[in-house]
Ligand binder design. Structure first.
Ligand code: NAD
Length: 437
């Protein structure tokens, strides 16, 4: 393929070198004349392992060149990859000035081009930027329609500086955001033969994915550092601790607990979090990450409460109140906390939980109910149908077949708030609400 790469910074230079090394004909473009001259003479405008050598080899083979002219670059290529900077604005947002400018320049060059061209955004962009900045800039300056007259896609980049070439050759994943399959195919073909999944999705999802990865990595660093600080203070080797932590690929280093949904609860997570936070405070350690977990969890309950009260339906059916599916444990269940708050706001609640037979509850669980919602017995009914009768709103908290099948019998005035991403009846339409999807 003939490829033009806009922006010869860290991402653009690595991309130019690696795509040329894969056999493509590549031209690099930058507004910075000295970067263009460096690349054109076979030198790297950045310091990055293996890049200098790849650039020298591919410039010598005439597979890689550089220009300051957008028009020349667009005329000579079929596909452009935009790698300009999107630095922080003072308010934390991103400055899309360079992105809008380069899209306007590319659009102007596309106005005079008859063959089909594909524009791929590799810069990191906040959700909405593709639709509200990139596409309008390209369309306005070209006088053409995206999707019809030229193709446009996003392809966020996940390489790490320092190991960027090795990461390019062995990516953890490749993400292509496009509105049509043909455009996605063109972008995906750039990475043919490389390991890792190639994931085709919408431009919006591709935009968000990048902003999930980096905060997650940052959270891991901050979490590990706080654990390390606590370990050191109690005289325990933090690396020995984390080496054991890594062994758990079922719950620790895994997708477990990472699907958005509702607050955690139960007899362990809240209690153990409180204990480690207490320990850190006693040791005079600042642990804002660990400390804010509980605040975040309580805010998730507030979010549900505010939403429910805003809907204005006072008769509410709750399908499942244990802290998670498959148990009758009600201790610190976030659904019990939610029910309590709703009762306090004058809501009338009916609960069905297929695991909870009040007469059979014993020990800690029974004590917990007696201390928190002693009148739970009067709220509980013995079937999902009985809970749904007269309800204006149904809360489904677990993906339990008995609860899900009851949704088929919802009447036309009933709304559903889904905490468990169940397969809800399609006919609910706008009366279906997900807690955070
Ligand atoms: N650096 C990384 O490791 C990394 C990793 C993943 C994603 N990203 C994202 O990739 C994007 C680029 O990052 P970077 O670190 O390579 O940026 P950078 O600042 O190093 O390089 C950007 C380049 O774009 C050039 N440029 C600006 N306007 C231009 C125009 N109109 N035409 C042509 N060139 C123009 C600049 O002169 C500069 O050389 C950012 O959105 C960044 O968030 C960076």
């Amino acid at each position: 393929m003939h490829i033009s790469i806009f922006g010869l910074g860290y991402v653009g230079t690595v991309s130019a070198a690696c795509f040329a090394a894969r056999g493509h004909q590549v031209v690099g473009v930058d507004v910075n004349r000295s970067k263009v001259d460096l690349l054109a003479s076979g030198k790297a405008p950045i310091v990055e392992q293996d890049v200098e050598q790849l650039i020298a080899e591919n410039v010598a083979r005439k597979r890689l060149s550089a220009t300051a002219s957008t028009a020349d670059a667009i005329a000579a290529t079929d596909l452009s990859i935009v790698c300009v900077g999107t630095p922080s604005a003072p308010n934390g947002s991103i400055d899309t000035g360079a992105l809008a400018a380069v899209c306007t320049e590319i659009g102007a060059a596309l106005a005079g081009k008859s063959s089909r061209h594909t524009v791929v955004i590799r810069s990191t962009i906040l959700p909405g930027t593709f639709r509200n900045v990139v596409v309008p800039a390209l369309e306005e300056s070209s006088g053409r329609r995206a999707g019809t007259d030229f193709a446009v896609a996003t392809n966020p980049e996940f390489l790490r500086e320092g190991t960027a070439v090795a990461d390019f050759r062995n990516p953890p994943k490749t993400v292509v955001g496009a509105d049509d399959a043909a455009t996605a195919d063109i972008v995906a073909s750039l990475y043919e033969g490389l390991p890792g999944a190639v994931i085709r999705t919408t431009p919006e999802i591709a935009e968000v994915v990048k902003y999930v990865d980096n905060p997650w990595h940052a959270l891991k660093v901050a979490f590990a550092n706080e654990i390390g600080n606590i370990c050191q203070a109690v005289g325990v080797d933090s690396h020995a601790v984390m080496d054991i932590f890594f062994h758990d690929t079922k719950l620790n280093i895994s997708p477990a607990y990472l699907k958005p949904g509702f607050a955690f609860g139960g007899s362990c997570l809240p209690k153990d979090l409180r204990a480690i936070t207490y320990l850190a405070q006693r040791l005079d350690l600042k642990i804002p990450v660990l400390q804010s977990i509980n605040t975040s969890n309580m805010l998730q309950i507030e979010r549900a409460l505010d939403w429910i009260l805003g809907l204005g339906k006072k008769d509410i059916a709750v399908l499942g109140v244990s802290f998670k599916a498959g148990t009758d444990d009600l201790r610190e269940s976030p659904f019990i906390i939610l029910v309590e708050r709703l009762i306090g706001k004058g809501c009338r609640i009916r609960i069905f939980d297929h695991n909870i037979k009040l007469s059979m509850l014993t020990g800690a669980n029974r004590d917990y109910i007696n201390a928190t919602i002693p009148h739970i017995a009067s709220l509980m009914v013995d079937s999902a149908e009985a809970a749904l009768a007269d309800a204006g709103l149904v809360l489904i908290t677990a993906n339990v077949p008995e609860y899900v099948s009851a949704l088929d019998r919802m009447t036309d005035h009933q709304h559903l708030l889904d905490f468990a991403r169940v397969n809800a009846p399609q006919r609910l339409g706008a009366r279906y609400h997900g807690i955070n999807w």
